[in-house]
Ligand binder design. Structure first.
Ligand code: PRP
Length: 212
């Protein structure tokens, strides 16, 4: 049986749709259930539902053979896993944002983010020394109440920035979800994993043609 780690939250429904389009018969229960382990015996697959930031942990430790994880998460936490396919879902980007017409504080500028490693690396490469403030969510709040000069966060529709009066200053990286695989599983369960990759790759390719 193949164990797949799925990210709960906004990527989940897109990932389920992609699997269904690829021919996997997933029960309706998937759309409403609060269960954290969902088994589909007909497909010989077990899904575990994890927080997006934790998917890599389950796959790296081998308790899940494969997982679906955002590129943002993979950039933040370098994991000993294979990234085998760009699923081209949950498209968004990582950006530097803040209040309009504000300069970064010259002395000890502060950057709030859920992605401390990505943010540190980015500002280091820009030759800027900043203090990173690690938050777990609602990052857009930080500049509004004076906790930080800038934020590094995901921008999807741009609504959160707009509705909070913030603007984007720099584009860091385009983000999509990826299929990741545990290296040992790839050796031991190569057939079902290859089949999954092939089926998903075909759907991704078809989706690309549709949007061309
Ligand atoms: C993400 C991200 C932004 C928002 C961007 O947060 O951190 O806050 O979505 O989306 P938008 O551009 O479409 O408005 P999420 O909803 O995952 O919650 P969080 O604040 O807990 O991180």
């Amino acid at each position: 049986m193949l164990t797949i780690a799925m990210p709960k939250g906004r990527i989940f429904s897109e990932a389920v749709e992609l699997l269904r389009k690829s021919g996997y018969k997933l029960p309706d229960e998937f759309d409403e259930s609060r269960k954290l382990i969902l088994t589909v015996p007909e497909e010989n697959i077990r899904f575990i539902l994890a927080k997006p930031m934790d998917v890599g942990t389950y796959v790296e430790h081998g308790v899940a053979d494969v997982g679906i994880a955002g590129k943002d998460v993979m950039m933040e936490e370098e994991r000993d896993v294979f990234e085998v396919l760009d699923l081209k879902i949950s498209k968004c980007h990582l950006a530097v944002a803040g209040l309009p017409d504000t300069k970064m504080n010259d002395i000890a500028p502060k950057v709030a983010t859920k992605y401390p490693n990505v943010a540190s690396k980015y500002f280091r490469e820009q030759g800027e020394q900043v203090e990173i403030i690690h938050l777990n969510g609602s990052i857009e709040l930080a500049p509004l109440i004076g906790l930080a000069d800038r934020i590094v966060d995901i921008v999807s529709t741009g609504r959160t920035l707009k509705e909070n009066g913030l603007v984007e200053f720099e584009h860091i990286a385009d983000i999509t979800s990826r299929l990741i695989v545990n290296p040992v599983s790839y050796r031991m369960k190569d057939k079902p994993i290859d089949m999954l990759v092939e089926r998903l790759a075909k759907t991704v390719e078809e989706g690309k043609e549709d949007s061309d």
